[in-house]
Design a protein around this ligand. Sequence first.
Ligand SMILES: Nc1nc2c(c(=O)[nH]1)N[C@H]1C(S)=C(S)[C@@H](COP(=O)(O)O)O[C@H]1N2
Ligand SMILES: [Mo]
Length: 573
Amino acid sequence: MATEPVAPDTSASEGPPSGGWKSTRDYFLAGLVATGFAVALSEMLASFFVSAPSLVLTIGQRFIDITPAALKDWAIAVFGTNDKAVLIGGIVVVTILIGGLLGVVARNRVQVAAVGFVAFGVLGYALGITDPLATAGATLLPAIAAAASGIAVLALLRRLLQGPAGSTGPVTAPTPESRRAFMTASGAAVVLAVGQVLVGRLASGRTQSAVAAREQVTLPTVAASPSTTAAPASTTTAATTAATVEEATVAETAATTATTRAEEVVRVVADPTPAQIAQVEGVSELITPNEDFYRIDTALSFPSVDLDTWEVSFTGLVDSPFSLTYDELVALPMVERYITICCVSNSVGGELIGNAKWLGVPLRDLVEQAGVQPEGTQLIGRSVDRFTVGFPTAAVFDGREALLAIGMNGEPLPVKHGFPARLVVSGLYGYVSATKWLSEVEFARWDDFDAYWIPRGWAKEAPIKTQSRIDTPRPGTVDVGTQAIAGVAWAQNRGIDMVEVQVDGGPWMEAILPEELAIDTWRQWHVEYDFTPGSHTIAVRATDRTGTTQTSQIVPPRPDGATGYHTVQVVAV
Ligand SMILES: Nc1nc2c(c(=O)[nH]1)N[C@H]1C(S)=C(S)[C@@H](COP(=O)(O)O)O[C@H]1N2
Ligand SMILES: [Mo]
């Protein structure tokens, strides 16, 4: 090839690299292709087995675990909820770029490049095996496949570039024919790699096994209505013991299970009445649909739990440790409760909050069964992915709603919200209370253990602060004339007593509140306001049942929750 400098006649083990810049580029490309192929193959294999971790995801997960809090905050601030996608993309790009350098090395020293790929595989295995669901055998497979396929593809492309003599004689520039063959092979490898990624996505053994397991689950369901004539006898019997008007005690119909479980009881909660729901357009729905519910966790891929082996255990400073299988858990007496959960990272006016009907076993029943000892002042909730929360054991006994939940809005917990079981505690931020994919409830001394977020700069005790949010109007323009100003306010476990709205620093106007659903849920509010032309600033503040009005003082989420009034600027035209 005329444009290519003639390769200096140096031996493969000494002297400068041969072939100049164009050649370097070809070998770099070969390295990129080989590494991309290797990553794609190992990801595809990992997706076939629940016990084989994705090497890319485990590297990402370890990265998240060791990342200093400041970098994490920066990533969330810059990339928002895309931070995980950016991390995964970054890991893939960096890995493939390193592979490109290995390709350049392989031009003269193919063995050194091979060692590089083996190092990739070893590192992948070492990190992969730290995945809580990984088994050694299943982790070896993608690691070996990555190393072996990387070496094989690189060796093949190198051979094409160097021609038959390349393996023995000195490295020479490729002929036009060999370069064409190289480009064709590279293209084919890229196409294959993309295919592997697609197959992997479809197969995704982990997610699918949890999704499939979840679909098999039958929650303790409730008869259509205690008064329905078609209701099974057990239902009628149980209904006669109904505790309150709001709570009918109904036996499960065991719809799809063969056995009748007459003694199993669910205290259902009545659906909201029209008087409890604001009839205002633009306000958040009183019950957040599962699809719209915010999601916050440190998991890069959702932990996939095998229901046949899953257990939740009660351990630590207790008299009678025990564990429950999923079937045993589901068979326990359950309650339904409307509880609003929210994230401490929610900024004023933010969206990291939602309200759901949770079905679960009162945590108090389980803690009493375990017999927590007086020194067991901290309840630690551990997850299958090794996340932890910790809150005062006293919260289980102070009368608040605290559930070991298995159902959300009438469905088994969605995988991303913690299937098969999670904690939900009224009045405590999620990071100290709401363990998803729960595996263990352990009791310890308060000072003996700090849960996941505590060393990362967040408060150890984190009661939810009284807050309110304007949902409508949104910032922007509104029509001149009478418009609804509406939103939600929350003070879980205390209840919202009053919401006030202020426009342009004028008098505070008391908002209309529908009847309260529960002190554990947010409350919708609204006022009608006559907007005059021009720009306006709307502010809101809530007062809880203890008589405390939310503070106007502006503080950021860290360390224990943001405060300040939510304000919205509009221009009426
Ligand atoms: N296993 C696990 N559980 C977890 C978390 C987590 O990172 N891992 N995050 C907590 C935090 S910070 C919050 S705010 C809630 C969010 O619950 P959601 O995603 O169902 O809304 O889950 C909590 N439970
Ligand atoms: Mo959170």
